[in-house]
Design a protein around this ligand. Structure first.
Ligand SMILES: Cc1cc2nc3c(=O)[nH]c(=O)nc-3n(C[C@H](O)[C@H](O)[C@H](O)COP(=O)(O)OP(=O)(O)OC[C@H]3O[C@@H](n4cnc5c(N)ncnc54)[C@H](O)[C@@H]3O)c2cc1C
Length: 323
């Protein structure tokens, strides 16, 4: 029985790379940890997860868990936690964990902390660092009791080391469909198709703001520059609200948190809510026609000018260099 359970997220049949970073938080907590995966036809997944030092890989493998319905997933995770007498449940921060883990915390009557960035010893126990006020302030928080449900910001924890020589044993949790909640039903899924890398895992992110004006210009300039660099595209809320891109491209306080090697912001003012999503990027480049735009205070490199003139030149120069 493991004290800590790390919930792993899947994208179809594949493990989501960012969700593995939660394993590093489990390792830092020091107790035995098991990895937990819910879904259908999970044998290949168990194989892929065997090399991360877990005491076991627990599989809740059943046709009724083929889609991540939050009420069903929460009931199964809470039951597995009870059976293992687990103290801590961890997942990487994502829409998936935001949907499911608060329900798990409620079912277990356990306190929950989101977006954990790191640990510190305090008064003989462990305190958790996490952002508040859109990331402008960090709080150090201790939870009472020995049980807790946590989400870890993937960008704050390195990917766990792989040990090819070890193999965690797989354990199967017996799913009894009749005992699962059935108030919600899965109807259909609409997923955007993109050849570009996932925004939260990309090494390069190019993001666009309000002055991109329409879908075509956004795709030509933001998409064109991203493709020249093998990067992902992102956007501000202003760009999302005006219909240039769907809202899963939004970066920031109410969008995704990114920490690429290189972030390039095109026509982005640098509102605190957007900066909250990019501030851990290694190099930040901003192109803005206003020299006083707040984004320049955070940028590693800034270019003052009209993006409609500068970006086509950049795309052309990158194309020439790659030939
Ligand atoms: C509760 C709350 C949550 C929010 N969450 C988010 C969030 O998660 N993510 C987010 O992004 N926002 C969020 N916002 C909105 C945020 O406050 C800003 O309104 C938004 O980020 C601004 O987007 P923008 O930079 O594209 O637009 P603007 O602020 O309008 O900036 C446009 C910039 O483009 C420059 N520009 C104009 N024309 C050109 C040109 N031709 N060439 C070069 N530069 C040019 C201008 O100088 C300006 O600096 C949130 C707001 C609230 C209240």
């Amino acid at each position: 029985m493991a004290e800590t359970l790390v919930l792993i997220e899947l994208a179809g049949a594949k493990v989501k790379g960012a969700s593995l970073h939660a394993i590093t938080l489990a390792q830092q907590l020091g107790a035995d940890y098991a990895l937990l995966v819910l879904g259908e036809k999970l044998d290949p997944t168990a194989e892929a997860l065997g090399k991360f030092g877990a005491s076991s890989v627990i599989l809740a493998d059943h046709a009724s868990l083929g889609e991540p319905l939050a009420d069903r997933y929460a009931a199964v995770i809470a039951e597995i936690s009870r059976q293992n007498q687990a103290h801590t449940i961890i997942a990487a921060s994502s829409t998936f964990s935001k949907d499911i883990l608060p329900r798990v915390a409620a079912l277990l009557d356990a306190p929950m902390l989101t977006d954990v960035l790191g640990l510190e010893p305090v008064d003989g126990g462990t305190a958790f660092r996490r952002p508040i006020n859109a990331g402008s302030t960090l709080a150090l928080v201790k939870v009472e009791g020995d049980r807790r449900v946590l989400t870890a910001r993937a960008t704050a924890f390195a990917a766990p080391a792989e040990n090819a020589t070890m193999k965690s044993p797989a354990e199967r949790f017996e799913v009894v469909e009749a005992s699962l909640p059935s108030d919600t039903k899965f109807i259909s899924r609409e997923a955007g198709q993109s050849e570009r890398p996932d925004l939260t895992e990309a090494r390069v992110v190019v993001a666009g703001g309000r002055p991109l004006k329409d879908r075509e210009t956004f795709e030509r300039l933001v998409g064109g520059l991203a493709d020249s660099l093998g990067g992902a595209i992102g956007a501000t809320r202003a760009a999302v609200d005006s219909g240039m891109v769907p809202n899963d491209y939004q970066i920031g306080q109410t969008g995704k948190i990114v920490a690429p090697e290189l972030y390039i912001g095109l026509g982005i003012s640098g509102a605190i809510q957007h900066l909250a999503g990019i501030k851990d990027s290694r190099i930040i480049v901003a192109i803005n026609k206003d020299p006083d735009a707040p984004i320049f205070q955070m940028a590693t490199y800034g270019l003052v000018g009209d993006l409609h003139e500068l970006v086509p030149d950049l795309i052309e120069a990158l194309g020439r260099d790659s030939k």
